[in-house]
Design a protein around this ligand. Structure first.
Ligand code: FES
Length: 175
């Protein structure tokens, strides 16, 4: 059996002259997270969250900048970022819908929610509509099981979803 090897050190051209890790982001990590942990490496996940919040995804250039900032190899940062589903490596649509697929939501209708999204917008989990307005993803428990089935739309929780009504709200939000 042949192994398919991904070249994680492949060079790329920076996409923008302005750094993703702005002075404000660096200062936030230095002041808030470095003092909490025994080494800089431990601030990697908080830094990813800040980048996601700021840009909506983690660009290759941001991975390089994070490696330099935290004194890590690029491959170490790439391995960490690709391990967690909530860190996207590609820009998403205007509306990023994270539909919970864990047990409570699965029992209470997550399949129907995804099916309605598929019928209405023509996308499956991991896909974005051609107009870049909607991206749908599946995620694990959002910690709101009492509101199952639920989804995060951008950073807002939507619970007790009724598929028909939910896609109507998505259509309004993505206008
Ligand atoms: S199982 Fe969906 S929020 Fe917990």
């Amino acid at each position: 059996m042949a192994w398919i090897v991904e070249d994680r050190l492949k060079p790329y051209s920076p996409t923008r002259s302005e750094p993703y890790l702005s002075p404000a982001i660096r200062r936030q990590v230095e002041e808030k997270y470095f003092p909490r942990y025994p080494n800089k490496r431990a601030a990697l996940l908080p830094l990813f969250h800040i980048i996601m919040h700021e840009y909506g995804y983690i660009a290759p250039q941001a991975i390089d900048e994070a490696a330099e900032f935290l004194g890590l190899a690029r491959a170490q940062v790439q391995d960490a970022v690709s391990f967690y589903e909530e860190f996207r490596l590609q820009p998403g649509g205007t509306c990023v819908i994270n539909v919970c697929r864990s047990i409570s939501c699965e029992l209470l209708g997550y399949h129907a929610v995804l099916e309605k999204i598929r019928q209405t917008f023509g996308i499956d989990p991991g896909e974005t509509t051609a107009d870049h307005k909607i991206t749908v993803l599946e995620v694990e428990c959002l910690g709101a099981c009492e509101q199952a089935p639920c989804a995060l739309v951008n950073e807002e929780l939507h619970g007790c979803l009724q598929p028909e009504e939910f896609v109507r709200r998505l259509q309004e939000l993505s206008r």
